[in-house]
Design a protein around this ligand. Structure first.
Ligand code: NAD
Ligand code: LMR
Length: 332
């Protein structure tokens, strides 16, 4: 083992975590690094994590380091390199007598979690730690957490990789091209029904999507809505929100951050806007990202958005601004 890395996972007894945690220690996600895990749950279920740890021990993972569990997030956060913030309530369930239909309905339920966790990450997490928010509404939860952390060396992201993977699958079916040949699949904006999956700048077999897909009616009526609504379709079909695909997407995001992005490609995640593409600074917005050879993660800034793309993207930016306004009371 070349070195070790500490990863904190919240919601560790939940359905996404059950698929996610074994992959963190499988010797591929972090290469040959030894992986120490700090698993976090709420007090009511934290003891269940003993069972998960038994299973991890029984699974023969040579890359697995120390595994701890706790309901004390600050304790878990000490010197951590990575935070996978999954812990929160999913939609599709009845909460306080009301069925949770939209991810934005979760704003008031889950938003508060990210104030305390953000503070702890800013104070106890390593400088340059990376934080991936999976819990919904992921972009605005990350916005709340980043503000509370107040540590500019750390990188806060919200997950849009699942949307990007979904979009690749739809394009693969439409074009007959294998998903491995579909690159630069950008999700602009919010992880919500307003997201804009970009069929024009995607690269299909080394060609721009705008030249391969000559069917704007399909793009508008089928492709974009099916990616935007895929989370709901999975909930309707399964009676629970996506879990194994969400876990895989979280792993894909970690791996995309851990090694340099190949030329011409990008990966999808939402990060704080620096004003690129005229997105108001500070909101956590889906952009095309690249990992540079020194490990820095940056926005890819040379994508040409069409007028159609700009108008779709603007809808999602406006939604992020309204979510930002709705959580003003949680900002310091
Ligand atoms: P789940 O209900 O199975 O698990 C969530 C777990 O989080 C539970 O065990 C709960 O006890 C725990 N938890 C709640 N509050 C916590 C806190 N403050 N600290 C630590 N743990 C806490 O849900 P799930 O299916 O694993 O989904 C988790 C979240 O991920 C949901 O908000 C869901 O909407 C979201 N999600 C996001 C994406 C995405 O693409 N961004 C995809 C799928 C699901
Ligand atoms: C998803 O996209 O599958 C998740 O965000 C879960 C949801 O509520 O849709």
């Amino acid at each position: 083992m070349s070195s070790s890395i500490k990863v904190v996972v919240t919601g560790a007894a939940g359905q996404i975590a059950y698929s996610l945690i074994p992959r963190l220690v499988n010797g591929r996600t972090f290469g040959d690094k030894k992986v120490d895990l700090a698993l976090v749950e709420i007090p009511q279920v934290v003891d269940k994590l003993k069972g998960l740890i038994m299973e991890l021990e029984d699974s023969y993972f040579p890359a697995m380091g120390k595994v701890t569990y706790t309901d004390n997030f600050s304790e878990a956060a000490k010197d951590a390199d990575w935070f996978l913030l999954v812990g929160s309530i999913p939609r599709g369930i009845v909460y306080n007598g009301k069925k949770i239909e939209e991810r934005s309905d979760l704003l008031s339920i889950n938003g508060g979690i990210f104030v305390d966790q953000g503070k702890a990450i800013g104070s106890f997490g390593k400088d340059k730690a990376k934080i991936l928010v999976v819990g919904n509404p992921a972009n605005t939860n990350a916005f709340i957490g980043k503000n509370a952390a107040d540590n500019e060396s750390q990188l806060w992201m919200a997950m849009t990789m699942l949307d990007s993977n979904r979009a690749k699958s739809v394009i693969s079916k439409k074009t007959g091209v294998n998903i491995s040949e579909i690159k630069n699949m950008i999700i602009w904006g919010n992880h919500s029904p307003t997201m804009y999956p970009d069929s024009e700048n995607v690269i299909i077999n080394n060609q721009l999507g705008s030249t391969v897909i000559n069917d704007m009616s399909w793009v508008e009526k089928d492709f974009i809505p099916s990616v935007q609504q895929r989370g709901k379709a999975v909930i309707n079909a399964r009676g629970a929100s996506s879990a194994t695909s969400a876990a895989k997407a979280a792993i894909d995001t970690v791996m995309a951050c851990e090694s340099p992005t190949e030329d011409g490609n990008s990966f999808s995640a939402a990060i704080a806007s620096d004003g690129s593409y005229d997105v108001p600074q500070g909101i956590i917005c889906g952009f095309p990202l690249v990992t540079l050879s020194d490990g820095t993660i940056d926005i890819k800034r040379d994508i040409a958005l069409s007028d159609f793309g700009k108008s779709k993207f603007q809808i999602s930016i406006d939604e992020l601004l309204s979510e930002r306004d709705a959580v003003k009371h949680l900002m310091k």
